[in-house]
Structure formats: C-alpha cells, structure tokens
Design a protein around this ligand. Structure first.
Ligand SMILES: [Fe+2]
Ligand SMILES: [Fe+2]
Length: 274
C-alpha cells in the first residue's frame, strides 16, 4: 500500500527551528512513500534554505508546488530559476510545475502546478482588496489595477495550460489522479475566515482558469477521478465539485506547521485517514 503524507502552508519563516525539526522528525517516523507540499513553504529569501533542509533531512520523495508567499520579497522569475537549479541537484525534491506525470501507484498518478489567483472570480473591478502579493512580489508591484489584472490572468493561464497538458496524459494511464496546487480552483472551495470568500476577496483567492480546465477534462472522463489538494486560504474543507472531481483545502495556522492528512492508496482505492 502506498502512503502519501500531505502538508500545506507550512510557512517555516514564521516558526522556530525546533518546529521545523519536529516536523521533519514526524515525517521520518511516519515514513510515507512520499510527502506532498501544496505551497507557502517560506518566503523568497529563505525558500532555498528550507527546501535544501527538507531534501537533506527526509529520505522520501518530496513532491511540491510553490505558493504566493514563496515569492515574497523576491520575484517569480528569480525564485523559479533558483528552484529549478536546486531541484536539478537535489536527491528528493520534485517540483510538480516542472514535471509532467508521476505514477505513485498502479492506478494513481500525481500532477501539479503552483497555480495563481487569477482575478477572474468575484468582482475584480469593484474590489478594493490589495493583498500583500501586490507589494511584495516583483512582477506584481508598481502596476495599475488593470495592469495587475493582466499579470494575474497570465499566471492563471499558465497554470491552466499546464493542467490541460498533463491531466489528460495522467488519465490515459491511471484511473485516479491527485493534483497539487496552491490556490483553490473553484469559488465554492475558497473559504476565508470560515465562509466562502465574497466577491471582494474572490478575485485574489481563487484560480478560476485552472478549475475550468479541470471540470472540462473530467467531464470527458466520467470513469476517472480527480482529487485536488490545495491550501492558500488556511481554511480547511472538502467539496465534491462534480461527481468525479473532489477538492480538499488544507487548514493552516502561522507558526504551527502541521501534517494535513495521510492518503492511503490501496489498489484502486485511496482513503484519507487521520
Ligand atoms: Fe499560506
Ligand atoms: Fe498562499
């Protein structure tokens, strides 16, 4: 039986060295076949250090995507370049945004992309929300609202294009696919402070282009299943979006890196435990 541990929004920059060590010790004791990380591991200046530490400390493959915080105090272009170089010489790191399909069991494939809140849910034009991304990530600073909308849309389209390419490939050889992404891809999976985010917040919290691609592909594969694991809003929950597409959002608290779940893949079945 294949066991995959899942954690999200660990935000190691807000925690102590002790807490990072404890998280690693827990993973070593649990000994899963892989660790899934759905973004917001740290911030740009410390991301490489934490990824390197996980790669050295943990003996299992670490399948990860990056979240918006991983680019804070840096730029998307620079961080992506650093992570590509690091992954190329790491023993256990697999950046899913640069990976097609990983077969994790006889019937289950893993795919993923960082994703991005693309401004397409809620009411972008009327929204007065300015999330920290727009001050702390190089590509998103110094822009007009419309200029920023174009960049957010392009980032969302990039993620959607990745899933449009790899999801059919994964489904061609596996009955079930697990997709890792940071940003919830549907409004109904985008909770904020205990309820579905309102039109003011949704443009900044939801990756609509990714969701649209997933629904379209899964409708054409009624005998297959897609499980999406994500984070970002720190408000946990699960939604069966369509009969064969389920989204689970992880809960998180700054300063308290936690394991979300352990997925157990038994033959055709995969059940969430813990
Ligand atoms: Fe986060
Ligand atoms: Fe985030």
């Amino acid at each position: 039986m294949v066991r995959l541990a899942w954690a999200t929004d660990l935000h190691f920059e807000f925690t102590t060295v002790d807490a990072v060590v404890k998280f690693c010790e827990r993973m070593i004791a649990l000994a899963p076949d892989g660790l899934l990380l759905t973004g917001d591991l740290a911030q740009a200046p410390s991301l490489e250090r934490y990824l390197r530490a996980l790669d050295r400390a943990l003996p299992m493959p670490i399948y990860f995507v990056l979240g918006n915080h991983d680019f804070y105090h840096g730029s998307i272009g620079t961080v992506r370049g650093q992570v590509e170089a690091l992954v190329a010489q790491a023993a256990h790191l697999v950046w899913m945004s640069r990976t097609d399909v990983v077969s994790v069991g006889p019937n289950t494939a893993l795919i993923g992309h960082d994703g991005w809140a693309d401004g397409r849910c809620g009411d972008y034009t009327a929204s007065r929300v300015l999330v920290k991304d727009y001050r702390l990530i190089g590509e998103l600073t110094g822009l007009t609202s419309e200029g920023r909308r174009a960049v957010l849309g392009a980032l969302g389209d990039e993620a959607a294009a990745h899933f449009a390419r790899v999801l059919p490939k994964a489904l061609s050889r596996h009955r079930r696919v697990i997709a890792l992404t940071h940003v919830p891809p549907f409004p109904e999976t985008t909770w904020y402070q205990g309820r579905i985010a309102d039109p003011e917040w949704l443009p900044h919290f939801c990756a609509r282009a990714v969701g649209d691609v997933m629904v379209g592909i899964m409708e054409a594969h009624p005998d297959h299943e897609l499980l999406v694991l994500c984070g970002h809003t720190h408000t946990g929950g699960a939604v069966q979006v369509t009969p064969n597409l389920r989204v689970v959002v992880g809960s998180a608290e700054y300063g308290r890196p936690e394991l979300q779940d352990v997925l157990e893949l038994r033959g055709d079945e995969e059940t969430a435990a813990g």
